[in-house]
Design a protein around this ligand. Structure first.
Ligand SMILES: *Cc1c(COP(=O)(O)O)cnc(C)c1O
Length: 411
């Protein structure tokens, strides 16, 4: 018998949106070598790590070179010094109490949001917002929960929750029962948020239906408005039904350094075949201790420095730099009559494409006429068609220049 592959991988859509974008941009640049292209499609930070972080990072690297201070394997769940500071700074001030064994430090929210589905049964019905961060969908495809993709661009067994201008980007409760619900707010790609009441609707749904919410809060630090929860645990009862993912990537520039964490409360329950409640926390602990050997000591030291006074000051400066760009993008595009969403509590601006133009049509227009690259909304799901994502992760100069060029187009 020849070796068999996991055929679920064959169900994945072959063309990856960012590869497609690169291909188009490279071709355009080859044909127009002098075109001063500005890239506003990237979902990656551009400002360097805070000095406070670099200082601790260096110190910890030096410790690794001395026998008295050398560190080998650490706890798979993360060092207590970092977990204590996470609880102390990210949760206690918001009235959320967590114990240390409810926080799991990792090398990324991408891995955690991708791996978490492993501890849940294969016959669970999965719901995702549409448009969506592709990791949630594709890891469930790989696991075999979705079936094939239909003509409409939707996987047969997934439940899609459209988020469009028509519903103010607030997902409606599903009309069929679902078990696992991925929510990401502030949202990538739409840049929109849920207020406390809207989030409570989902928490109450999950409590009533014995479902679990997988809440991605990677953009929490970009929230500027009062009524927007930074953590799902600000909602009463959420600890019984939600796992929360956080990352140092977007707030502190750790995209290339890698550190994140996931909160799995002890109250959170799933059910076995007999209908008995089973705690989820020990399952994730078992998964991590078996498959993961922890984040390196210097990186956890570097992450801890994010919470120092100096670190907090520096990350606030970077975030306000990006958010100034976001405001410029918003205002420029509103000025020329486009419908613009997001960009207030998030570094992403979600633009409705002009009448009669689809996502890729708008992409081509901006590339060829303004030499500005963004991301076609349809790349994030069928309900992203007719939208376009522009990110604030750029220099102020490039942002202004890109908006000047777009403003001169007749749209
Ligand atoms: C960037 C991003 C993350 C962070 O991923 P890391 O692996 O921690 O860098 C998580 N979720 C979403 C939706 C993101 O856009």
């Amino acid at each position: 018998m020849p070796v068999k592959i996991n055929e679920n991988y064959l169900l994945l859509k072959s063309s990856y949106i960012f590869a497609e974008i690169n291909q188009k941009v490279n071709k355009f640049q080859e044909e127009n070598p002098d075109a001063p292209i500005i890239r506003m499609g990237i979902g990656d930070v551009t400002r360097p790590l805070p000095q406070a972080v670099i200082k601790e990072f260096h110190k910890a690297v030096d410790e690794m070179g001395q026998s008295e201070t050398f560190m080998g394997y650490g706890p798979e769940q993360g060092y207590s010094f970092l977990i204590k500071d996470i609880i102390e700074n990210d949760f206690r001030p918001r009235g959320i109490e967590l114990s240390e064994d409810e926080v799991f430090v990792s090398d990324g929210a991408k891995c955690d949001t991708g791996n978490i589905q492993e501890i849940f049964g294969l016959d669970n019905v999965v719901a995702v917002t549409d448009p969506v961060y592709p990791v949630y969908v594709e890891t469930n495809v790989m696991a075999g929960r979705t079936g094939p993709m239909g003509e409409d661009g939707r996987y047969e067994k997934l439940v899609y929750l459209p988020c469009t201008a028509e519903n103010d980007f607030v997902p409606e409760l599903p009309s069929e029962p679902v078990d696992l619900i991925y929510l990401c707010f502030p949202n990538n790609p739409t840049g929109t948020t849920l207020n406390k009441d809207q989030m409570a609707t989902w928490v109450n749904y999950a409590r009533k239906n014995k479902a679990i919410i997988l809440f991605d809060a990677a953009y929490e630090s970009y929230i500027t408005e009062e009524d927007i929860p930074h953590s799902i645990y600000e909602i009463e009862g959420a600890k019984e039904v939600a796992i929360e993912f956080r990352s140092f990537s977007k707030n502190a520039g750790f995209t290339g350094t890698r550190c994140a964490y996931t909160v799995v409360p002890k109250e959170l329950m799933g059910y076995d075949e007999e209908g008995n409640a089973q705690a989820i926390n020990p399952l994730w602990n078992r998964r991590q201790t078996t498959k993961f050997n922890g984040v390196s000591y210097p990186i956890q030291k570097a992450a801890q420095a994010v919470y120092s006074d100096e670190g907090q000051k520096e990350i606030a400066e970077s975030i306000s730099y990006y958010m100034k760009n976001a405001a410029i993008i918003r205002e420029s595009l509103i000025e020329i009559g486009l419908n613009v969403y997001g960009g207030i509590n998030s570094p992403y601006i979600w633009v409705k494409t002009p009448e009669g133009m689809d996502s890729w049509g708008f992409f081509d227009l901006l590339l060829t006429e303004a030499n500005v690259v963004g991301t076609p909304g349809v790349g994030f799901g069928p309900s992203g068609e007719g939208y376009f994502r522009i990110t604030a992760f750029n220099t102020l100069e490039n942002t202004k220049e890109a908006m000047d060029r777009i403003s001169k187009l007749s749209i």
